[in-house]
Design a binder for this molecule. Structure first.
Ligand code: GLV
Ligand code: GLV
Length: 371
């Protein structure tokens, strides 16, 4: 019997963690350019009999890819927590497990969402432009503009999975009142613990005012909050009984207060961008900070680029997890790269006695459950 080492194709260089595969003698090929490879190339690599495929959120992975495999493809290891680019039903039909990199980017993404919220509220971009463009003519109590404090304000956290809960923790440090909404999952223990922490901060004189946290309806969260931060996964119609596609649309934007600001670090299509641009132009809301878009990179003709709303619309390049340790650490407990490689190895090396349902980073365990 010839014993060949597994073949792996990575659609992107994910850094030094790939040396773990090289060190094991794997036959590894890495797509050399920084842009995503064409889908046809991914299909071609799968057809050539690779055992493992490392993907990023830029790669559409569906039946066309799975069907190309001559039976060799054993795992798709996604370098991201989100996996809306992978068709789960197709993966299940072809019985191919796919993994993600949850947990390791939770704090990085939540802190970035908080920083965007702060940058938007305190107008950091407009204020720095004054200095750089030499338009800072005087110190004045309210001219040329003021921002808004976040301390003591109300934030709506939409989606209370890992990243939403971490965002709640950051907002608690800033003495914000917190309204939580989740279409599918309520972590009441966590919310209870946060209220206890808030009460202790108040009782011990650390916070000047008592603040609260509770679950509520989407309508109340959107209509009462000063700040809204999105942390739901992207689920399209038919993928879930609680789809999140265009959850933020003309109707839900109109629920928000005119001073409200919204932050999206989740997935672009959760927000109807045309409706958001209109809401900003027509001052239904006060501001938006986005890290993710319906089409990425953001097209040159996007209505979000309208210069008349530039002061109230921050546009970041899908950057929330883009911090060194979070992106590159080879330690599966710390970095997306390490976790991605470990997810791949668990399947290819048959860890957990080869029981895919026990492998912690496999997402679609349901396809492998013994009935
Ligand atoms: C980034 O967007 C991720 O899903 O990891
Ligand atoms: C502001 O700089 C102040 O001293 O109040």
């Amino acid at each position: 019997m010839t014993h060949t080492k597994p073949r792996v194709f990575a659609t992107c260089d994910i850094g030094d963690a790939l040396n773990i595969l090289r060190g094991k003698g794997y036959d590894l090929e890495v797509y050399p350019s920084p842009e995503a490879p064409p889908k046809s190339l991914i299909v071609e690599k799968v057809k050539s009999g690779i055992d493992g495929l490392i993907t990023t959120l830029r790669d559409p992975i569906d039946a066309e890819v799975f069907a190309a495999s001559p039976g060799a493809l054993k795992v798709v290891a996604q370098y991201a927590v989100g996996f809306d680019n992978i068709n789960r039903a197709d993966a299940n039909r072809f019985k191919i497990p796919f993994t993600n990199t949850a947990d390791v980017l939770t704090e990085a993404t939540a802190e970035f969402a908080f920083f965007l919220l702060g940058a938007l509220a305190r107008k950091l971009w407009s204020a720095e432009r004054l200095t750089r463009e030499n338009r800072w003519g005087y110190w004045h109590p309210y001219l040329p503009f003021l921002g808004d404090e976040v301390t003591g304000k109300t934030v709506a956290v939409i989606g209370t999975g890992r990243i939403g809960l971490a965002m709640i923790k950051k907002c608690t440090g800033f003495d914000m009142n917190i309204l939580c909404f989740d279409p599918a999952y309520e972590n009441r223990d966590y919310i209870h613990a946060i209220q206890e922490m808030k009460d202790l901060r108040f009782q011990r004189g650390i916070s000047r005012e008592r603040t609260t946290i509770r679950y509520t309806s989407l309508h109340e969260a959107l209509s009462s909050a000063d700040f809204i931060s999105l942390h739901v996964p992207l689920l399209r119609e038919g993928e879930s009984s609680t789809p999140t596609y265009h959850l933020i649309n003309e109707t839900t934007l109109r629920m928000m207060k005119p001073n409200a600001m919204i932050v999206n670090t989740a997935r672009g299509p959760i927000v109807d961008e045309n409706a958001l641009a209109k809401a900003l132009r027509e001052n239904w809301i006060a501001g938006a900070a986005l890290d993710v878009y319906e089409t990425e990179p953001l097209p040159a003709n996007s209505p979000l680029r309208d210069p008349t709303i530039a002061d109230r619309c921050r546009l970041l390049p899908h950057f929330a997890s883009a911090a060194r340790i979070t992106r590159l650490s080879s330690d599966p407990e710390k970095g997306m790269a390490g976790r991605c490689i470990q997810g791949l190895l668990d399947v290819l090396e048959g860890n957990y006695s080869g029981d895919i349902t026990k492998m912690p980073y496999v997402v679609n365990k349901e396809a492998f459950a013994k009935s």
